[in-house]
Design a protein around this ligand. Structure first.
Ligand code: PDD
Length: 294
C-alpha cells in the first residue's frame, strides 16, 4: 500500500496468472525486457471497474507482439486475467499496465533465444484523476525537444529512453510534456502523448503512417470528430510555425484531451484552452459516459 495524502493507492499484479501485491513481483535479471528492452506494453484506463477501449488496446498489443516477433502469447487468456485482476482488487478508478517480454535465457545474447517463455505481467493500480482533471481545465505547458527515438515508434515497446529524457527535460522546465521534432523541425508527437492542432479553421494531426505511435485516444478523437462538427486532417506542423496556430492539445490514455497553453515559455495559441479543444473534451466525456451506461 502506497499512501499518498488521504488516498491509499493499491496495486495488484498478475504475473503469469498468479495474483500478488505489485511490490512482491520479482523478475529475473536475465529477463530480456530488463536486459534489452525486448518487450512491449500497454496502458489502459479503467473507469468504474471497466477497462476502456479494451479491444483497441489488445489489437495494438497484438500488432506490437507481431512486429517484434514474440509468439505464443494467448491474448484471450491474458484478457481474462486482466478482468480477474480488476475483480480481485475490486478496482474502480484505475489504470492497467500490461507488459510482455520475450522471457529469460542464458547466456546473454542479442539474437532471440531458441527457447524462451514470454513473461506476461499485468498490474492494476488505483488512479486519482484530480490533478489531471484540473490540468484539463487550465491547460498545461510544453517544451519542444529533439525526437531522438528509433524508426519503429509505431511499436509500443518498453525502449523508452529517448521519451524519458525528453519528458524529464519538460519537467525540469516546469512543463508536463515535450513535443518532439525531427532535424528538419517537423513535430512528430509528444513523449507519451499524441497531439493535434487547430489552424485555418481545421484540426490537424501527424499522419499515423509517420514514425509515431498510433495512439488509442488519438484514434478515438478521429472517430468522434464528426460528432463535434470537426474535420480532422493529416498534416505536419513545424516548430517554426507554432506561433501561427490557434490551439494545440495532447491526447493519451490518462491525459484524455489536454489543452496546451504554453509552448517553450510563450503562450501557445490563444494562451488558454480553445473552443475546439473544449468541444473535443466534451465529446470524449460523452463517449465515456455512453460506455459506462452501455
Ligand atoms: N503512452 N505517443 C506515445 C509515444 C505514447 O507513449 C503514448 C501513450 C501515446 C498516446 O497513446 P494512447 O492514447 O494509446 O495512450 C502517444 C502511455 C500511456 C505511457 O507510456 O504511459
Amino acid at each position: 500500500l502506497l499512501t499518498l495524502g488521504v488516498f491509499a493507492m493499491r496495486a495488484l499484479a498478475n504475473l503469469l496468472g498468479q495474483l500478488m501485491p505489485l511490490e512482491d513481483v520479482k523478475v529475473s535479471a536475465l529477463d530480456r525486457g530488463f536486459l534489452f528492452g525486448d518487450a512491449v506494453y500497454e496502458v489502459v484506463r479503467v473507469f468504474q471497474g471497466k477497462p476502456w477501449l479494451e479491444e483497441e488496446h489488445f489489437q495494438r498489443l497484438a500488432r506490437s507482439l507481431e512486429a517484434i516477433r514474440i509468439g505464443g502469447v494467448d491474448l484471450v487468456r491474458l484478457r481474462r486475467r486482466v478482468h480477474e485482476t480488476i475483480e480481485a482488487g475490486q478496482f474502480r478508478e484505475a489504470t492497467l499496465y500490461l507488459q510482455i517480454t520475450r522471457g529469460t535465457s542464458m547466456p546473454r545474447r542479442h539474437a532471440f533465444p531458441m527457447q524462451a517463455t514470454p513473461l506476461e505481467l499485468i498490474w492494476v493500480e488505483d488512479y486519482d484523476d484530480t490533478a489531471t482533471a484540473a490540468a484539463r481545465r487550465s491547460g498545461v505547458g510544453v517544451i519542444t525537444h529533439p525526437d531522438l527515438r528509433w524508426h519503429r515508434c509505431g511499436i509500443k515497446s518498453t525502449n523508452l529512453l529517448a521519451n524519458v529524457l525528453a519528458n524529464q527535460a519538460a519537467h525540469e522546465a516546469d512543463c508536463s510534456e515535450a513535443l518532439l521534432y525531427l532535424p528538419d523541425g517537423t513535430l512528430t508527437e509528444a513523449s507519451h502523448s499524441s497531439f493535434f492542432w487547430v489552424q485555418d479553421d481545421a484540426v490537424w494531426t501527424t499522419p499515423s503512417r509517420d514514425n509515431i505511435l498510433p495512439g488509442i485516444t488519438r484514434a478515438l478523437i478521429l472517430n468522434l470528430a464528426k460528432r463535434a462538427n470537426v474535420t480532422i486532417r493529416g498534416g505536419h506542423l513545424r516548430r517554426d510555425d507554432l506561433s501561427k496556430i490557434a490551439e494545440l492539445f495532447l491526447t493519451g490514455t490518462t491525459s484524455e484531451v489536454l489543452p496546451v497553453v504554453r509552448i517553450d515559455g510563450k503562450p501557445g495559441g490563444r494562451g488558454d484552452p480553445g473552443p475546439v479543444t473544449r468541444k473535443l473534451q466534451e465529446v470524449y466525456s460523452q463517449a465515456v459516459r455512453e460506455f459506462l451506461a452501455g
